[in-house]
Structure formats: C-alpha cells, structure tokens
Design a protein. Sequence first.
Length: 339
Amino acid sequence: MKGDHAAMAPWLECHDKTIPARQHIALLLDLLSSRGVNMHYVLRHTGIFYDDLIAQDLQVSPVQFSRLISNVAKLGQFPELSFLFGQQLIPSVFPTTSHILIHAPTVNTLMNNIALYSESYFPLSKLTTQFDDSGVYVFVEDPYGIEASLSSRERITYFRWLTEYVFTSVISLVNWRADTKLPWSVMVDWLCPQWQEHYHMYWGKVNFNQPMIALHLPKQYLDVTFKDSSSTLYKVARKITPIPSCGLLSHIRNVFRQNLVQVPSLNELSEMMLMSPATLKRRLKAHHHTYRSLLGEVNQQHALYLQQIKQWDDHQIAQEMQFFDVSNYRRAIRRWKTS
C-alpha cells in the first residue's frame, strides 16, 4: 500500500514490509542453523541478510518471506522441520500478542481468535473457520497469490510446508491449553509422503489425496474450558490487540463470501475499495489473479465444503447456490476449475 492508501485500506499487498523478521524468521533460522544448514543458501533471492536481522528491527514483505519458505521447503532431508517450526511458534515468539491466545477461556473462543488474528501468526496463510453440527473446520488460503506465481512442482512443496507448520501450530497450541491430546482429524490434497509418521505424531488422523484441505475438531471439545486462563488479562488483550489487516486477496474473498447471493461486479468492487477498475485489475494481476479467477475460487471452495463436509448432492448444492438447474451448476464447476 502506498501513500494515503496505506492508512485507509483494510488490506495489505504482497510487497508491503510488515512481517517482523525477529519473530518468524529468527526462529526458523535457528532451527536451520542447529542442523548445519548454510544461512546464505536459505536466504538466497530473499533480499534478507542475516546481519540485518541481528542489527535492526527488520521487517520483510510476504514475497520475501515466501521465498525463504520456498527455499526451506526444498530441503527434503529435514521433513520434520515444518512440524517443529509450527510447534515452537506460538506463543514463544509473540510476546506482545500471545495473551489473546493463552488467556482465551474456551477452545471455541481460542479457535475464533486463531482465525481472527491469523495474519499476525501466519503471515502467508489466511485461516477461516466454519462451525457446524459436527464441530469446527479450519481452512487455509493464500492471501497474496504467491502460490499461483510458482511452478507446479514448487507450488506443491511450498503449500504443503506452509500447511504443515500452520496446522501443527494450531493443534499444538490448543492441545497445550487443554492439557491433553484432542482428537483432531485432517484432510489434505497431496499424496502421502514418505515421512507420514510426522503427520500422525503431530496431527493425529490424516486423510491424504482428498479434494480439499481442512483441519477438524469435534463439537464436544469446543466447550472445554482452560483452567489457567485469566479473564482480566484476556479482556485487556482483546482491548489492546488490534485485528490485523488481511492480504488483498483475502479481503476480496471476504467481500465475495458476504455477498454470495448477489456478488458485486468488478466495477462495484473497485468502487467499494476506493479505486478505479483498471487499478483493481492491475493490483489483482500483481497478485497473480483476476476478478474472475478469484470469484471462481470462492465459489468452488463453497461447493466443495457442501459436497465433502456436508455430504450434499449436486441437486442440493445447485439449489443452495441458486443455480437454475443442476446442469448449470456442473458447467460452472468446469468453468471455476479453468478460470
């Protein structure tokens, strides 16, 4: 964001330097250093220098952080690294924003806060939650379109590494607060890798090669209360901890989701975002998306949720999403996949 836009808009863009390097990057580099990994190798093409990390309160952009993650994800000899990173991340590296999590009174509240403040804890992943009769589902999406900028091979390893550390962080945090190992289940869209024991150790039940990615906790555990939480510290934390801005693409996805029945046109969306349609197109292109591709993605995600989680058939989904008939819905599915 530039100029007045930086002070006004409730979103961030991929080159905005807003990620404190002393949090995520410092921990990650320590884990790598303990394994004898060359720092110059993992920092190449990132524009991040180790001496700057030590000498100043460095902030980096999502693009820079994603290049670091992409470099690390290629280190196949350390399949446990993403899980360890996620396990150690919260609350240890967030001294100023951890109270919003460690003093949340119940699992339900904690899960809501993890999603609400997810951009603070997971700068490259926007978390959304869906509560239903079975419990809570957590979904992860790319707020900056970085995944779409990668080659097919790089995309798989990059997004897998991100998901591994994010889901591990959520699971380990809630288990720690509950002081027990809760019955989590996970579905992912990649094939089972050779290091499947790490998934079972850190996650629990995992189903590979699924149509979508989701983390689930059964409903009966959402009302579990935490004995060591402080209601006063929690109230203070809620008061002083601002809700972070989300990435540009996540902001637009939220607009679409809030208006699924009558989605705003490109012109209407640009007017809502206080910019011209041409500017919005240009910014979407810089994030490797178009208006049509982003809308198709949101619709496809909603249809997958209804199909895979709610177990609805095509007729029910077509009616819910207000298609004229099932044939139109099925044509839309094919269109969403190619947009």
